[in-house]
Design a protein around this ligand. Structure first.
Ligand code: TRH
Length: 377
């Protein structure tokens, strides 16, 4: 029998909340034959990564998912068998009553933010608060056994491998974005928040000796890019050359196209949560701009991930990548760290592949959620 799931998403800021829940909703439908309603309070953010969304509709079907606009004035709705509150969002009180009134009590879970910290293992799957007799559970994504794992669609790695081996497919894809990859030029994708370290990184690349082509999807880091270019316009498509560095602004593309962009690039700078995970599946060296939190708690998360990620790297490679990530997240000078990363390129590239395979050896997050539900009933 088809199990009905309700996923609730409030868009706090940026694209991570909707990025993760949209990905999860699609996977539950496509791979686990669940009937999924995705409740989203801001369809505009959703439209950016899925242009097929009609923001005027209160209800629509997209890729087998029933997308519902989460209205300020909640309308009485029957609760589903499984309810996911993404990232601790507060469910409408009338919906919580509907959960409590169900003949069969639903499974209620909070899908938390991703963290590599050790405490996550101890907390994953534990009971949280109760509403009337309905128990809520913590569900933590993660990188280690004992966590809920990472979102990874079936066949993703195989599709990625084929694409990375297919020069023609890559060229066609890049040309569709207006990108011409010159021979002997390394491609970098850059998705980041505002960052004062950008100028030093770009200066270093511009000084050569290698040629780099940096692709920047429209977004928050563009102000720094514009400043570095000397206030030259940074409209989509324009190509700017400074020494050995080419900088090109791309449009914000569909989520599946963004994956392909990551697969094409030799190095990916990503941010937040979802693009960070996608870069890991791209199996190429990467740079993470972590989402900043109050009292710098994000820095602990950064260190926790680095501890796991750099395991097995030789000393210089470990130092190079950790130094680069720390400098980027502190908005500091990138010069020496970038040079070291370039020197360690071979080892870092092999390591990215090994890390990807290791992570893919664990159950993916959607499968883990379905299993959690089956065990629970
Ligand atoms: O947008 P983000 O900064 O989201 C953040 C994080 O999730 C953070 O943890 C959270 O607290 C905060 O939002 C509220 O970065 P993230 O998570 O990588 O999400 C970006 C999404 O946008 C991801 O699904 C990939 C997608 N994307 C596209 O679809 N097209 C694009 O061109 C680009 C650059 C991204």
């Amino acid at each position: 029998m088809t199990v009905r799931w309700d996923i609730f998403c409030t868009v706090v800021d940026n694209f991570g909340d909707i990025g993760v829940t949209w990905r999860l909703a699609r996977q539950l439908v496509a791979e686990h034959r669940c009937a999924v309603r995705l409740w989203v309070d801001d369809l505009r953010a959703f439209e950016r990564l899925c242009p097929a969304i009609d923001i005027t509709l209160s209800e629509q079907w997209q890729e087998g998912v029933q997308v519902r606009h989460w209205p300020k004035d909640w309308l009485d709705t029957e609760a589903a068998e499984v309810v996911i509150a993404a990232f601790a969002c507060q469910l409408p009180s009338a919906y919580m009553d509907a959960m409590a009134e169900r003949e069969v009590t639903p499974l209620w879970m909070n899908l938390d933010y991703l963290s590599a910290e050790d405490w996550v293992i101890g907390c994953h799957g534990l009971p949280s608060v109760k509403y009337k007799h309905v128990q809520k559970y913590f569900f933590f994504p993660g990188f280690q056994a004992g966590t809920g794992g990472l979102l990874r669609e079936e066949g993703l790695l195989e599709r990625r491998r084929q694409f990375q081996q297919d020069d023609v497919a890559q060229r066609i894809f890049l040309q569709g974005l207006g990108v011409d990859r010159a021979a002997d030029t390394r491609l970098i994708s850059l998705f980041a928040y505002e960052n004062t370290g950008l100028a030093s990184w770009f200066d270093t690349m511009a000084a050569g000796p290698e040629a780099f082509h940096v692709l920047v999807p429209e977004g928050r880091v563009l102000a720094d890019v514009r400043r570095w270019l000397g206030d030259e316009g940074v409209e989509v498509g324009a190509v700017h050359r400074r020494g050995a560095l080419t900088v090109q602004v791309l449009p914000f593309i569909r989520q599946d196209q963004y994956d392909q962009l990551l697969w094409c690039c030799d190095f990916n700078a990503v941010r937040g949560e979802d693009s960070f995970v996608r870069a890991q599946w791209a199996a190429r060296p990467m740079l993470w701009h972590i989402y900043q939190q109050e009292e710098d708690v994000h820095l602990e998360k950064l260190e926790a991930f680095l501890r796991l990620y750099t395991e097995g790297l030789c000393g210089p490679a470990e130092k190079a990548i950790s130094g680069l990530w720390r400098a980027w997240n502190a908005g500091q000078d990138m010069t020496g760290h970038w040079k070291s990363v370039c020197e360690q390129r071979q080892e870092l590239a092999e390591h990215a592949q090994a890390w990807c395979l290791e992570q893919a050896s664990r159950a993916d997050l959607a499968t883990a959620l379905v299993k959690f539900y089956r065990n629970w009933i």
